[in-house]
Design a protein around this ligand. Structure first.
Ligand SMILES: [Zn+2]
Length: 440
């Protein structure tokens, strides 16, 4: 499993470990993956040119679009990004496809074990023990999501319940009957589970749930969402970060420094300016570029994750020397939209809306009237008519303070928006469609 010694290494020792692993994965990728061989050759870079971590930017970036193109439309196999044969593949997964075509992911036996070790760091940091019973609220489909969390918890001798294919009421029954102590799931779903308990006359304070492991959505690190989860369950919240292509790279420790540790023995992170890609300093808003140091089936080298973070240079009281990012993921570089000259990130809306108890879910609709971009918050709430007027005004005012933008507010009855257990896209951009309609 994880190696706690690595979590305490000093910066120079850690760099040595990272460089060793980096050279190994670069040589492997060049030798085995046609995708990376072409990339290196086109850039005129050889593996021997990378003598220190500072040489890394000589290698061009890669991202989801490049992988999708390499995957091709042939409908078979995993394309040129893989570095193993199909015979060696023991697990097949794919991305959720919320933003387009899914990316195919191949794992050999070694890589899946590595994936579980990444999770091992996170589960150890939240002090999971063999006394715990964990329920994983996840549909267990081809999305890699919580498969790793489940298998890693099992390796740690924790008793694990796979909560796939069961309705919310049945999950509550399992929590009650089996004295579940840890829940793993998307934060918005865990909130809904608590609301459902209340509706069914179950007091969460009577339950044994003590820890919530949140992932798949940014909510676990959003203060308002976190506070609601803590209050709803009377439990400690731990955010967990990762990406299907890259691996589970971030975890929160029980010291809760206000952010998430990076698993730096397995992931090499570069922090760059969101637009210029120049290296940034600690504390500055940065775009994350990641190299997965031990992912051999489908190597990930200088992957533009497009996540925005601020890395801290402060030590964590837990004693781990792995750095941590303040407030988890702060937004997405490709979600940053300029509206009426103001840079807007949907993350700010999440923070505001989750602090309003009567709002159970929401969508942000971006549309265009003439030359003007318009923002509308559609908030799901049981309050309606004149009863909802004060809520509308309060939401409008709070959003203005947080985002410096004016929002139209529409209240919708509960159940308006479909519920998803994996990840929900809450920003609906109608502008391109409206432009196309005008031109058509
Ligand atoms: Zn810590």
């Amino acid at each position: 499993m994880w190696n706690p010694i690595l979590e305490k290494l000093g910066p120079s020792e850690l760099k040595k470990v990272q460089l060793l692993k980096l050279k190994r994965i670069l040589a492997w990728a060049y030798g085995r993956s046609p995708f990376y061989r072409k990339k290196f050759d086109q850039a005129g870079v050889s593996v021997d040119d990378i003598r220190s971590l500072d040489d890394l930017p000589k290698i061009p970036l890669t991202d989801k679009d490049a992988w999708l193109a390499a995957q091709g439309d042939c409908g078979q196999g995993f394309g040129t990004t893989t570095a193993i044969s199909e015979r060696e593949t023991v697990r097949y997964h794919q991305t959720s496809g919320t933003t387009g075509k899914p990316i195919r992911l191949a794992f050999n036996h070694r890589d899946w074990n590595w994936w579980l070790q990444c999770w091992g760091y996170g589960l150890a940091a939240l002090e999971l023990s063999r006394e715990d019973r964990a329920l994983v609220c996840f549909p267990f489909n081809l999305f890699v999501g919580w498969w790793g969390g489940q298998d890693a918890a099992r390796l740690m001798r924790c008793c694990v319940y796979s909560g796939g294919g069961m309705p919310t009421e049945q999950r509550l029954q399992v929590i009650l009957e089996h004295r579940i102590s840890v829940l793993m799931g998307a934060p918005s779903y865990l909130l809904r589970l608590a609301a459902s308990a209340q509706k069914n006359g179950i007091r969460t304070s009577d339950l044994t749930v003590r820890k919530l492991v949140c992932g798949a959505e940014p909510g676990g690190s959003i203060p308002a969402m976190r506070a609601r989860l803590e209050q709803a369950w009377g439990a400690e919240v731990f955010d967990h970060l990762g990406a299907s292509e890259v691996g589970p790279w971030g975890y929160e420790c029980s010291a809760h420094p206000g952010g998430v540790h990076i698993c730096e023995s397995f992931f090499l992170m570069e922090f760059v300016h969101p637009e210029t890609f120049e290296p940034t300093r600690p504390g500055e808003l940065s775009r994350l570029v990641v190299t997965s140091l031990e992912k051999y089936s489908q190597p990930v080298i200088r992957w533009d994750l497009k996540d925005l973070v601020r890395v801290s240079d402060q030590p964590c009281p837990c004693g781990r020397s792995f750095r941590w990012v303040q407030g988890g993921i702060l937004g997405r570089a490709d979600d940053l939209i300029k509206i009426r000259g103001v840079l807007f990130s949907p993350r700010g809306v999440e923070d505001v809306v989750r602090s309003f108890g009567p709002v159970s879910d929401y969508r942000v609709v971006l549309s265009r009237r003439g030359e003007m971009d318009e923002l509308t918050l559609r908030a799901e709430t049981a309050l309606c008519g004149t009863e909802g007027e004060p809520l509308k005004n309060d939401l409008k005012a709070a959003l203005k303070v947080k985002t410096h933008l004016r929002f139209g507010i529409e209240l919708c009855p509960p159940g308006t928006f479909p519920r998803q257990e994996i990840k929900t896209r809450r920003l609906i951009d109608l502008r391109e469609k409206e432009n196309a309609d005008e031109q058509g």
